[in-house]
Design a protein around this ligand. Structure first.
Ligand code: NDP
Length: 337
């Protein structure tokens, strides 16, 4: 990170640093450390927030990145050397790593990957990692969905949204998604099994679009974007509806945030609206895996990834989240196994 970011993150806010000294790829005996080669890195919208100067609000979520140091996030890596008995050379792990080719990691911050589960390793940045847990906890724990209910998902073709939509279909709900292009809306309808979808950039009257898709109203809204979309959704919620506030990506980097007109609907309709952070639900991780793995095996859950190659393309990929360039989960492939 070059320096704290003001406004929207740009590619130039990040710099590539090529180490000048030779580093031995070995851990110090007695250090308890694990040295890994990074294979895949996850791009997540919260990372843009952590590129900004910390504020009391953002510190409630996480510490900001440090200017002059590598940014960090979840990734998938291969163990090169280990001073921890739980990890051996050649193991694959996922967890928090710095954005770099090789990392020394704290063993407490990474999980061993079971290679007998036959999925691409990149999936541990998404469907089988924190993104999957986010969709699972935000939908099931916060919204308590019931068969036949109506569900609306914004940023629906993205990393989290595509899973929420599929979970809702598996529960027997009626599911509509919004996304920022025709290609993404087609993906929702033709590949991800949504019942309906609309491109919010072509339907500026969001209230009409929602009324068309939900003539009887929305039971559950999975919120990823905030702002005008949330305002329009509030008008279309049913009494006793639930809103899981996962993200508000349209608001993170604005100088002046949108002022909502329809918040009193929360009272009039007795709506439950709750924000959450995925890491609050780590204790649900085993239950989440028990739920998703059989569906993945049976081909009933699919996952769309957008993989760019090369750490040098990381800044472009990360910043692309904030203007909708990614189609599906944005991942960076740093190296091959
Ligand atoms: P996505 O894969 O959905 O990528 C971000 C997408 O957001 C873009 O592709 C774009 O899709 C959409 N977007 C960007 N800017 C805007 C805007 N101004 N208005 C509307 N949509 C916009 O990311 P994730 O699935 O990883 O994250 C989705 C949301 O969930 C984010 O808000 C994120 O912060 C939040 N999140 C929260 C977590 C938690 O623990 N609470 C954990 C993980 C994510 P489009 O082309 O459709 O506009």
């Amino acid at each position: 990170l070059r320096d704290y970011v003001k406004g929207f993150p740009k590619e130039s806010d990040l710099m590539i640093v090529i180490a000048s000294d030779t580093v031995e790829l070995k851990v110090k005996p007695g250090s308890g450390a694990v040295l890994v080669k990074n294979l895949y890195l996850s791009c997540d919208p919260y990372m843009g927030i952590l590129m900004r100067e910390p504020s009391p609000s953002t510190l409630a979520l996480m510490d900001s990145f440090v200017p002059g140091k590598p940014i960090a996030g979840t990734g998938v890596s291969k163990v090169i050397d280990s001073d921890d008995l739980a990890f051996a050379k050649g193991d694959f792990v996922w967890g928090m790593v710095d954005w770099e080719e090789y990392s020394t990691v704290n063993p407490a911050g990474v999980f061993k990957i079971d290679v007998n589960i036959n999925v691409p390793l990149s999936n541990y940045t998404g469907i089988l990692g924190m993104t999957g847990l986010t969709a699972y906890a935000g939908f099931f724990e916060i919204c308590s969905p019931k068969k036949g209910e109506t569900v609306f998902v914004s940023a629906a073709s993205g990393a989290v949204g595509q899973l929420v939509g599929q979970f809702a279909k598996l529960m027997g709900c009626y599911v509509v998604g919004s996304a920022g292009s025709k290609q993404k809306a087609d993906l929702l309808l033709n590949k991800l099994g949504f019942d309906d979808a609309f491109n919010y950039k072509e339907e500026p009257d969001l209230d009409s679009a929602l009324k068309r898709c939900f003539p009887k109203g929305i039971d559950i809204y999975f919120e990823n974007v905030g702002g005008e979309m949330l305002d329009a959704v509030l008008l279309n919620m049913k009494t006793y509806g639930r809103i899981s506030v996962c993200g508000m990506i349209s608001q993170y980097f604005l100088e002046t945030r949108d002022r909502l007109q329809n918040l009193p609907d929360i009272i009039f309709k007795r709506i439950k609206m709750e924000g959450f952070a995925c890491y609050d639900f780590m204790d649900k991780f085993p239950k989440f895996l028990e739920f998703v793995l059989p569906y993945i095996k049976e081909g009933k859950l699919i996952y769309v990834e957008d993989i760019v190659e090369g750490l040098e393309n990381g800044p472009r990929a990360l910043v692309g989240l904030f203007n909708g360039q990614n189609i599906g989960k944005q991942v960076i492939q740093v190296a091959r196994e």
